[in-house]
Design a binder for this molecule. Structure first.
Ligand SMILES: Nc1ncnc2c1ncn2[C@@H]1O[C@H](COP(=O)(O)OP(=O)(O)OP(=O)(O)O)[C@@H](O)[C@H]1O
Length: 442
């Protein structure tokens, strides 16, 4: 069943309402709300070039949800919870926030965005874009049921978001200082492997953005909070602010609703309400990549005014040398091009991916070389240990006799005895030496 179908009012398909009744619109109002949203959605989708597929999309009813595990997160308009369905599957269920029930205009806008997000996600098939697995069984018409969560999306549950991963890397870096002092070579090896992982993440993100650009979609909100992971695979998600370009032209700039996204990752042309195109996502990609590589938030602690003046007007960019983790020169060059103030000077994502493929190949070689060196060093170390053990087995170390010099000197008879046995054993050699030295004191 498609997203759009004629709204129907029927008794609560979700069983017992999860919220108090006052949170539900009366039936006649709920029908009006659903009709208006339906009309807005029809207007929006009629201009869409995307071709969504409903293959594999499950139509889910509230009674199909056996259990709500926990809230995974919330954004400006929506809330995402982890749910278990009756067939034992786990999904991230995204729906509108309850507070929007008191703000009908915001509810309407957010509802259309949520439906549009479902429309987009079901049009995409890319390993680095989060998969939509289902939605409310009546599609847009579900809004007629009158609850804030009447319409919802069922998505794969992410293991981690990029901002969480960067935070973890930062903590590991702090903890790793001591390990680095203890074993510099293995710490260096870990750092090179981590750098390779970072390049791979940057590449997968570029690939997801390139895929949507080829379909005339601009993401507009690339930031670590909107990039997740399933295992180690990057998953771009939250297409709420994404839009289709007026024309399928990835080199053109268009008049679009400006200032959309998060300022620190936002291209200057977007922040200053100028026409923009998909190269605005390239700028955001560069800012996100900077954060991945350096573990520093771009323009941290800056005000809007500082951003407008220093970043948009004067073209200032993050420091790639004096940061937590200095960025290798060859990657610096890539970022510098990608966050160029002039959109047309920024590379295409396909070019970025080519460059990253090359850098990753070099890095793989570096990691392998380091691994070989580490193995040689380890082998040498174990051979030396084996040799030392062998020497010990052939000639086990003998204990030295403890000699109290004073008592020895005081007892010349003993000294004579020692001289007599002088070459009988190692102990006596020691004794003899001592006795000679002690002679000088007489
Ligand atoms: N599939 C998912 N798996 C796990 N957590 C998720 C998933 N989708 C969203 N979240 C969590 O919920 C939060 C809000 O989700 P999302 O960004 O999609 O909502 P939003 O209202 O569109 O946000 P925004 O206001 O940033 O546009 C995310 O930051 C993330 O922490």
């Amino acid at each position: 069943m498609a997203l759009l179908q004629k709204p129907l009012i029927h008794c609560d398909p979700f069983g017992e309402p999860s919220e108090p009744c006052i949170q539900q619109w009366p039936a006649h109002l709920a029908k009006d709300v659903a009709d208006i949203i339906h009309k807005d959605v029809v207007d929006t989708l009629s201009q869409s070039r995307l071709t969504p597929t409903t293959d594999g999309i499950q139509l889910v009813q509230r009674q199909d949800i056996a259990r709500v595990e926990r809230v995974l997160g919330s954004g400006a308009f929506s809330q995402v919870s982890s749910v278990i369905t009756r067939d034992g599957r786990r999904y991230a269920c995204k729906h509108l926030q309850q507070r929007l029930m008191d703000q009908p205009n915001d509810f309407r806008t957010a509802a259309v965005e949520l439906v549009y997000e479902a429309h987009m996600l079901s049009s995409f098939d890319h390993p680095n874009i989060l998969k939509i697995r289902g939605w409310a069984h009546n599609g847009v018409a579900s809004f007629a049921e009158g609850w804030n969560d009447s319409f919802f999306l069922m998505l794969d549950v992410l293991d981690e978001t990029l901002d969480m991963r960067i935070e973890r890397w930062y903590r590991e870096q702090q903890d790793g200082m001591w390990a680095m002092m203890a074993s510099p070579s293995s710490a260096a090896q870990q750092m090179e492997a981590r750098h390779l992982e970072k390049l791979r993440i940057m590449n997968e993100l570029a690939s997801a953005l390139d895929y949507i650009h080829q379909r005339g979609v601009i993401f507009r909100d690339a930031k670590p909070q909107n990039i997740g992971f399933l295992g180690d695979r990057v998953q771009l998600f939250d297409f709420g602010l994404s839009r289709e370009l007026p024309l399928l032209d990835t080199s053109a700039q268009f008049e679009m609703s400006g200032k959309v996204g998060t300022l620190r990752y936002m291209a200057p042309e977007v922040a200053t309400n100028k026409p923009y195109g998909v190269s605005a996502d390239v700028y955001s990609w560069a800012m996100v990549s900077y954060e991945i590589l350096s573990l520093v938030k771009p323009f941290d602690g800056w005000t809007r005014e500082m951003h407008a003046s220093f970043v948009c007007l004067q073209g200032q960019r993050p420091d790639m040398v004096h940061c937590n983790q200095p960025i290798p020169v060859e990657v610096q060059v890539l970022l510098e091009h990608s966050w160029n103030t002039t959109p047309s000077m920024r590379p295409q994502l396909s070019q970025i991916m080519n460059q990253l493929d090359y850098l990753m190949a070099c890095q793989v070689q570096k990691v392998q070389d380091q691994q070989i060196q580490m193995n040689i060093a380890r082998q040498l170390e174990s051979e030396i240990q084996q040799q030392q053990q062998l020497v010990h087995t052939l000639a086990p170390p003998q204990p030295l006799i403890h000699i109290d010099l004073n008592s020895y000197i005081a007892r010349p008879a003993l000294r004579k005895l020692a001289r007599k046995n002088s070459f009988d054993s190692i102990e006596t050699i020691e004794t003899t030496t001592l006795s000679i030295e002690s002679e000088d004191f007489y």
